[in-house]
Design a protein around this ligand. Structure first.
Ligand code: COA
Length: 259
């Protein structure tokens, strides 16, 4: 698949999606957003893709935010539509039935931090920096930052990050649960690949159903549990469930077919 602003390769079930706009530190222009939308729509349905690693081109930046040039002269209606469009693209990523890992290789600021938050997991190089600097521009996070950040790191820490606009280091991001693992820059891609590869040995339908169940963890507990039970039932209808149980009892390795 080719996209104007993304480089996409697929290898052994893993799609590596690189936002390839190094000259603007991979800022999220309208074209990048359109390409991400199209790319994740494709990846969700493409059978050769079982999981996605999302990163930015170059050694300096994952994504340095929304393209600030687009903000000039933006009025209230346009601003609302701008946020809604970004939220819809990021929701598509969050709702992927295959694991998506943000591989944060440098600055993850504003929309870049929000993009990482919309992925299912985040890993970072020890040079990465996270921040929500919108208040410095007189705006607020509009691509989910005020909603997903508190859900991941808790409301107190999220409030501090969003109100100060300060950047934090990869180690601090790790400490507060914003990233799962921190690697040396040279080990980052392989570390992310290894994490994803481990998941891709499991039953693909179970992975998809688990991701769907996890997305219900924001619902009130009772509703989330109902959702979990319904999805558990769906997992029991798969051939892979049969295979997994039989393989365990026969003391052999399961051979999952994704059905
Ligand atoms: N939108 C558009 N262009 C951006 C950008 C953004 N969010 N972030 C960086 N760029 C561009 C710069 O304008 C510059 O372009 P130029 O060479 O044509 O002038 C280029 O990327 C390199 O950035 P520069 O600022 O020169 O690098 P730096 O090392 O001095 O600083 C940052 C790096 C990330 C600290 C700084 O670029 C920055 O603060 N960016 C904006 C972050 C932000 O506020 N994001 C949230 C937006 S809501």
């Amino acid at each position: 698949m080719t996209f104007q602003t993304l480089k996409v390769t697929v290898d052994e079930g893993i799609a590596t999606v690189v936002i390839d706009q190094e000259e603007t530190l991979n800022a999220l222009s309208r074209q990048v957003m359109d390409d991400l939308d199209a790319c994740f729509s494709w990846a969700a349905l493409e059978p050769s893709v079982q999981g996605v690693l999302l990163t930015g081109a170059g050694p300096k930046s994952f994504v340095a935010g929304a393209d600030i040039k687009q903000f000039k002269g933006m009025g209230p209606e346009e601003g609302k539509a701008f946020a809604e469009r970004g939220q819809a693209v990021f929701a598509r990523i969050e709702q992927m039935p295959k694991p998506v890992i943000a591989v944060v290789n440098g600055f993850a600021l504003g929309g870049g931090s929000e993009l990482a938050l919309a992925c299912h997991m985040r890993v970072a190089s020890n040079t990465a920096r996270f921040g929500q600097p919108e208040v410095n521009l007189g705006i607020i996070p509009g691509y989910g930052g005020t909603q997903r950040l508190p859900r991941i790191v808790g409301k107190g820490l999220a409030t501090e990050l969003v109100l100060t606009g300060e950047m934090i280091s990869a180690d601090r991001a790790h400490e507060i649960g914003l990233v799962n693992h921190v690697f040396a820059p040279d080990d980052l891609m392989e570390g992310a690949r290894k994490l994803l590869r481990g998941m891709l040995t499991k039953a693909p339908r179970a992975i998809a159903l688990t991701l769907e169940a996890l997305s219900a963890s924001d619902l009130p507990l009772e509703r989330g549990l109902q959702h979990e039970a319904a999805l558990f039932g769906q997992a029991c209808a798969t051939e892979d469930f049969d295979e997994g149980v039989h393989a365990f009892l026969a003391r052999r390795k399961a051979e999952f077919k994704g059905r």
